[in-house]
Design a protein. Structure first.
Length: 183
């Protein structure tokens, strides 16, 4: 892949909050859970994740991020209630950035085009091909063949169209946080 710098990232997240949107405590809980045999790496990986988040506020051209996250991922008590409420509040603040769009796919929506799993579309510029990044327990895969990329672009477009308008995200995040706190 080299050292190309993505200008736009579109991602579907069925299980966790996207790494660029995670608080340190949430990231620590996720990393510790998915890497139980590598506890010595947790702090290093959390630090790396936090450093990457600077892409969202870099100047002059911040990364453009569009994430569709499953409601069930936001209801999973990763790190406990306090960590999750802080995570939801962080998502609401981050969604206010002009270059960040967050949509929440309601669980009640049922089956949709992206249920097969997590993926991201990395876009580097008008003359550069889009790259698909697929993250799985079996390893990470980068896809660059036009046919593969087209399939994932179409899937993202379908899931984005099926999810509620991004303007509904703050209200949904507030509701989930209240429900988690039992109020």
């Amino acid at each position: 892949m080299g050292t190309r710098r993505a200008g736009r990232l579109r991602s579907y997240e069925p299980t966790f909050v996207h790494g660029l949107l995670q608080t340190a405590d949430y990231a620590r809980a996720v990393i510790a859970a998915v890497r139980p045999n590598e506890p010595y790496e947790v702090d290093q990986l959390v630090r790396f994740r936090k450093e990457r988040q600077a892409l969202l506020t870099r100047t002059p051209e911040p990364l453009e991020l569009w994430v569709v996250v499953e409601e069930s991922a936001l209801r999973r008590p990763v790190g406990g209630t306090e960590v999750m409420v802080a995570q939801l509040e962080h998502l609401a603040r981050t969604a206010e950035l002009p270059n960040v769009t967050i949509q929440i796919m309601p669980t009640a929506k049922g089956a949709h085009a992206a249920l097969a799993g997590t993926f991201s579309l990395l876009e580097f510029g008008p003359r550069e091909p889009t790259v698909v990044y697929v993250n799985s327990i079996a390893g990470n895969v980068y896809l660059e063949k036009e046919r593969d990329v087209r399939t994932f672009v179409q899937t993202f477009d379908l899931v984005r169209a099926a999810a509620p308008d991004p303007q509904e995200t703050p209200t949904t995040l507030e509701r989930i946080a209240r429900e988690m706190q039992g109020s």
